[in-house]
Design a protein around this ligand. Sequence first.
Ligand code: HEC
Ligand code: HEC
Length: 417
Amino acid sequence: MKKSMNHRAFALATGLCTIAATTMGCRDANSVPVASHEPNYLFSKAMEIKEEVELNESLFQTKDLLTEWFGTPDNPKIPELLKDGDYADLFSEENLKLAAGTATNPGLYASQQCVSCHGPTGQGRGPVAASQDPYPRDFRAGIFKFKGTPLAAKPRKEDIARVLKQGLSGTQMPIFDKLSDQQISALVDYVVFLSIRGDVERRLLRNASSNDGKLDEIKDAAEEALTQIADRWVAAEDSFEEFPDPEIPLVGAVASDDAALAQSIEKGKELFRTTNCAQCHGLEANGIGTKPPDYDNWTKEWTVDINIAPTNVDELVPLMALGGMKPQIIKPRNIVEGHLRGGRSPMDIYRRIRYGIPGGPMPAAAIVQSRDEQGLLEEDLWHLVNYVLSIARVPPPPVSAQPDGQTEGQKVAQSTP
Ligand code: HEC
Ligand code: HEC
């Protein structure tokens, strides 16, 4: 009974969203590219509930300012403040044009179907997003999961390019292996662009909510938010740490000491079971642990953070009408199935364990210098890497995205010298 009610509530919320499309652009993902970026209604509402303020005016002031700075989906602009100096490498005008296209000639972001999953504003809510698990990433939250930089850092552009070239195993995120380097670079720039835009919007709404709903001196606050966020993207390019190869033999190495490797795998298995890994991933590393289910940070913002249980779909309906997607659990990975989204080289797995995965439950390792302290030694991480690689199957790669024939975006790319 309860379940069917929830289903009705969910259908209702989706219906409201469709109605809302005409009045406030809630589902404007269907017409591509759209004339304007959809404001972040959901985040604004969550902040209103949390801080008991009224943000309507700030929401539209923010939208106007962002349009002045970033342009529209079919005519993106680089904000003046980010045009040169340290920011010159963040994105190029040419790349943004290639990715965004124009009202009559859709760019790569539309022709390669990014838009149908990630939505025109990068809000993670394109027309085919709702049926996926995990959902496509909402770039506006500014959090990227599979990268070579420490937990709290932004990704490097190279990390985003890797995700496009290799896809994300076990999800709907395909492999874009038919695109030229220039096309990949254009899409990466556009992801960074949408992310910075969405991140600034959120920052301004958050500021306004703690300022009685007022966006005082909006331009100053916005300029500060913009440069702070852009600085973090710039800093990410230098925050890649090189780690030396370990003394321990690794799974997959050519000439290796079999006995030492077997010992390392055994050690890794023991660590996996006796430290916190098994609580989430299960003793058999099959994703069934004892820890209660958890959600990602951006789902928590409009659920637990404002005292609504993510399972209470009835209460979430008004928020879902503003763009919230039915909350999904971020499941601890079934490691045996082998969908290693951040890559499957020993160094990739090492980084994943060392840094954790941002935006969700997978923590960074607590690294210690001696056995007397609680945590993992540097070499323990490598034992865990060996254990993970010894049990992880090799699943077929994600599907390759190959739209039929030559797309408009590709034509544009080829005609550009
Ligand atoms: C069929 C749906 C689909 C299409 C098409 C698609 N994506 Fe994704 N994408 C996803 C899903 C699902 C995820 C999230 C996977 C996860 O959380 O593990 C994702 C994640 C991402 C991420 C985040 C990676 C990270 O480290 O967090 C980026 C960036 C991205 N996609 C960019 C793109 C771009 C650019 C395109 C078009 C060239 C595109 N995607 C096309 C479904 C899609
Ligand atoms: C609090 C729960 C939790 C703990 C503790 C935890 N994990 Fe995870 N782990 C997760 C979740 C959730 C994911 C999936 C994250 C996602 O895709 O957003 C994950 C993903 C992974 C992945 C997949 C990485 C990839 O590239 O796709 C590996 C490998 C992994 N964990 C290993 C470990 C190891 C080893 C430990 C112990 C040192 C550990 N985890 C501890 C929750 C946890």
